[in-house]
Every structure is written in structure tokens, then in C-alpha cells.
Design a protein around this ligand. Structure first.
Ligand SMILES: NC(=O)c1ccc[n+]([C@@H]2O[C@H](COP(=O)([O-])OP(=O)(O)OC[C@H]3O[C@@H](n4cnc5c(N)ncnc54)[C@H](OP(=O)(O)O)[C@@H]3O)[C@@H](O)[C@H]2O)c1
Length: 262
């Protein structure tokens, strides 16, 4: 399957590199308006189309990786040529009905919501489609995009919540990592050393749950001995409303994602 990628920015380039592992670099062509990004695509080993017409002529599937504000213009340009092609979008906040309005209800459309993890092939990606792909085509899409990370097939109604949890999620995790590292500095470590300790602790904790199973609560119980040190810290977090704060944080983020659309 030949892929055309429109927009070679942060996400377009990350997807191109990840997709090259599943479909092969030779099956990816890029179209980008900015000269320096076109040069970057060439340096990365991708063919670059001079216009959208050429891109469409050489693609079976089209990945739209431009900002939401630029999407309408791209759709207007491609609308006459997408019959029988699969159109994939990663734009935040634009629902499938937006694309169908311009491209027609019969368009084969896949909507993805990735996060920055795609940059290292470890994205957390939501996936849905508008019902016009055959089972075989959707299966193929699932296979192809697995190279970008973990795929979650969810209804479009949950995309805003997914955006809060997985799209913005890395920023919340980075906040937590930074706070822990700064706490390490207060205890007497250098920032680099503290950060390394925190990252290894995080990776080990995630690995434990992934490999040995169980939910976080069970693991908390395992590392919390009666009247020991850990429960002191946990009790403080609870008194300060840690869980409630995190839950409200996701709620606020999800509300904002919904508000941006209306
Ligand atoms: N970044 C994230 O973490 C993230 C997460 C989830 C979803 N997304 C979605 O991913 C999409 C891309 O985001 P991004 O951060 O990769 O944006 P980006 O870095 O700005 O990349 C978009 C690129 O497309 C170019 N472009 C604009 N109009 C074009 C056109 N008509 N034809 C070809 N190229 C065009 C832009 O050029 P100019 O700069 O000149 O406009 C830019 O180089 C967005 O829709 C965003 O909602 C991003």
C-alpha cells in the first residue's frame, strides 16, 4: 500500500518514520509547503511530491497531518481525487462529519488521535473510522499503524476524553517526573542523577504492572508496609487531595477539548 503524507511537521514526520517500518520507505511520498521541511523529508529518504495532484496519483492512502486550521483548504484541493482512496486524519478536534461535508459521505475515512510517543514509535493512538472501509481495509490500517505504537479502537464520542488522557497525558507525566526530580535535588542529589533515578523507578513500575499484571492499588499495598515510610508519603498525598486533583485535571482538559470544537 502506497502512502501519501500531507504536512511534514512534528507529527507528519514522526508518522512517516514509523510507517516506513510497516510499509517500507519506498512506499511513502510526502507533500509539504515549507521548503526546509521538504528538504528534511528528502534527507530522511522519502520521495517528495511537487503538488497534491502528484501525491494523490501515487498514493492509495492519504495521511492528513496539517494543523486543523489548514485542513479545509487541503480537503477542497483533494476532494475530486479521493474516490477509492483511504483518507486518514490525525487533526485534533475535527470530527469525521467535518471531512464528510467536503469529501462526501462515501469517503473512506479513518480518524486517529496520536500522542507524542509516536516520535519514538511508542505512541498511544486512538482509532476509528466512518464505516466505509471494508473489514479487510480496516484490518490493514490496524496492521500498518501498529508501527506507531499501541492502538485503541474507540468510538468518536470518546475522542475528547482520550485526548485528555493520552494526548495531554505525557505533559502531566512530565510534570510528575520533574516534581519528583526536584524533590530529589532537595534531598541532595544533582538534578541529572535525581532524574535518572526517577525515570528508572517509573520504567520499573510500569514494567511490573505490564509483565506481572495486577492493578496499581495492589502494587501500592505491596510496597507499603504497616506504619512504615511509604504510608507516610501516601497519607500526605491523600490529605492534599492528590487523586481528586488528577481526576479533576483530566476532567478540565477533556472539557476544554470539547469546548474548542463548539
Ligand atoms: N503535535 C502533537 O503532539 C499532536 C498530537 C495529536 C494530534 N496532532 C495533530 O497533528 C496535526 C499536525 O500537527 P503538528 O504538530 O505536526 O503540526 P506542524 O508541525 O505545524 O506540521 C504541519 C505542517 O504542515 C504544513 N502545511 C500547512 N498547510 C499545508 C498544505 N496545504 N499542504 C502541505 N503542508 C501543509 C505546515 O506548514 P506551515 O507551518 O507553513 O503551516 C507544517 O509544516 C495537527 O492537526 C494536530 O492537531 C498533533
Amino acid at each position: 500500500m502506497r502512502f501519501g503524507i500531507v504536512g511534514y511537521g512534528n507529527m507528519g514526520s514522526a508518522f512517516a518514520r514509523a510507517l516506513s517500518r510497516s510499509v517500507g520507505r519506498e512506499n511513502i511520498t510526502v507533500y509539504e509547503v515549507k521548503e526546509d521541511r521538504r528538504e528534511e523529508a528528502v534527507k530522511d529518504g522519502f520521495a517528495v511530491a511537487q503538488n497534491l495532484y502528484f501525491l494523490l496519483q501515487n498514493s492509495d492512502a492519504l495521511l492528513l497531518a496539517v494543523k486543523p486550521k489548514d485542513m479545509k483548504a487541503v480537503l477542497e484541493e483533494i476532494k475530486e481525487q479521493v474516490k477509492n482512496k483511504i483518507v486518514i486524519t490525525i487533526a485534533a478536534g475535527l470530527e469525521m462529519s467535518f471531512y464528510e461535508e467536503v469529501l462526501g459521505k462515501e469517503v473512506k475515512l479513518v480518524r486517529l488521535m496520536p500522542n507524542v510517543g509516536v516520535l519514538v514509535g511508542r505512541g498511544t493512538v486512538a482509532m476509528t473510522h466512518n464505516g466505509n472501509l471494508s473489514e479487510e481495509e480496516f484490518e490493514r490500517m490496524t496492521q500498518v499503524f501498529s508501527s506507531c505504537g499501541s492502538l485503541y479502537q474507540i468510538p468518536e464520542s470518546l475522542f475528547d476524553s482520550f485526548t485528555a488522557l493520552a494526548g495531554s497525558g505525557p505533559a502531566f507525566v512530565f510534570e510528575f517526573i520533574d516534581a519528583l526530580a526536584m524533590a530529589g535535588v532537595r534531598e541532595g542529589f544533582s538534578y541529572q542523577e535525581a532524574l535518572s533515578i526517577v525515570l528508572d523507578t517509573l520504567i520499573g513500575s510500569v514494567q511490573l504492572i505490564k509483565e506481572l499484571g495486577g492493578n496499581p492499588n495492589e502494587w501500592i499495598t505491596k510496597v507499603t508496609s504497616p506504619a512504615g515510610t511509604t504510608i507516610e508519603g501516601i497519607a500526605y498525598l491523600e490529605r492534599k487531595g492528590f487523586r481528586g486533583t488528577v481526576i479533576r485535571c483530566i476532567e478540565k482538559t477533556s472539557e476544554k477539548a470539547k469546548k474548542l470544537k463548539s
